[in-house]
Ligand binder design. Sequence first.
Ligand SMILES: NC(=O)c1ccc[n+]([C@@H]2O[C@H](COP(=O)([O-])OP(=O)(O)OC[C@H]3O[C@@H](n4cnc5c(N)ncnc54)[C@H](OP(=O)(O)O)[C@@H]3O)[C@@H](O)[C@H]2O)c1
Length: 338
Amino acid sequence: MEYTTLGNTGTTVSKLCFGTWRFGKESDGTVETDREEAYDLLDACWEHGINFIDTANVYGNPNGKSERWIGEWLADRGHHREDLVLASKVYFPFDGRGEPGPNDSGLGRKHIRAQIEGTLERLGTDYLDLYYIHRWDENTPIEETMRTLTELVREGKVHYLGASSMAAWKLTKALWTSDIEGLERFDVTQPMFNAADTDDVSDYLEVCADQDIAVCPYSPLAGGFLTGKYERADDGTVIAPDGARGSLTDLFEDRYTSDTAWEVLEAVEGVADEIDATPAQVSLRWLMEQDRFTCVPIVGARTPDQLAENVGAVDLELSDAQFARIDAARGPDDDGYR
Ligand SMILES: NC(=O)c1ccc[n+]([C@@H]2O[C@H](COP(=O)([O-])OP(=O)(O)OC[C@H]3O[C@@H](n4cnc5c(N)ncnc54)[C@H](OP(=O)(O)O)[C@@H]3O)[C@@H](O)[C@H]2O)c1
């Protein structure tokens, strides 16, 4: 494994982060990753030298299961907490105590303070390395959110703050609020960002580049689409392999595919053939080689074999021409970003 400094923080992370969204998640009556599989995946991360683990309070059914399994794995294996960089998130309604009440969601002081305690207890740790806001809360002033998060940093419960999906102007407003109020600011972001993505995140990434914020893209393989294992039927619909995410959720096609995405996949597969790599590895490398900000993709492998393949991205190199071909398939703007 290779390691990098996480943006302008003083923390060193593996060049891939491992995401645990599917731990204990029930889709269509199937638990996507059960406890035994979760432990196998975490063991595989450990063996590959992945030290950066991403979770959220709401991962798992009921919510909290992903955090709990990570904490129990850590204790069970006797690994030292200091050898891991743990990230979690807050915002969405939390059902881990039963039906969520009116204060069991959002970014108000009451919810954040309750959730950080639950997160730390489940993970079996007294601090998080990174605490993200999972989304923007329209109902809470950003000053209250940043002030509450700043308290957590100053109390030692959280080392760094992160922000996930939101409009670029909201991210800018949060940074500006921190600066004028003398509060902690976001050092890391987590947008959905992958070669096949058709959502426009270029403004958001401009903010990250300008403000020296590390980017940890989620769904870096477009939920598995960029592995090349999906096929396109004559009527344009997606044919998913049995048991793959695309066969478990109706949202897959809308969320991860488009005409452009199929063109990107073709370009990625062409590059993969040239360098004797797989489409998944090329897609991850395309993210890791973004040169305007530190970019650490959050891979969501479901098996140790998938993880081993994805880790192969660390040893690849794309030529400028190969990089540009993938950008071109995305339909680049002047800066090479959609
Ligand atoms: N902040 C947010 O709002 C947000 C949202 C989503 C995710 N996340 C974070 O980002 C992480 C990654 O997201 P993601 O799971 O969508 O990432 P992804 O890497 O785009 O998709 C992962 C899925 O692709 C398939 N896959 C991965 N590697 C493969 C390989 N080598 N060969 C074949 N199939 C492969 C597996 O699904 P199948 O085997 O089922 O096909 C796997 O579950 C999550 O775990 C979570 O931590 C954050």
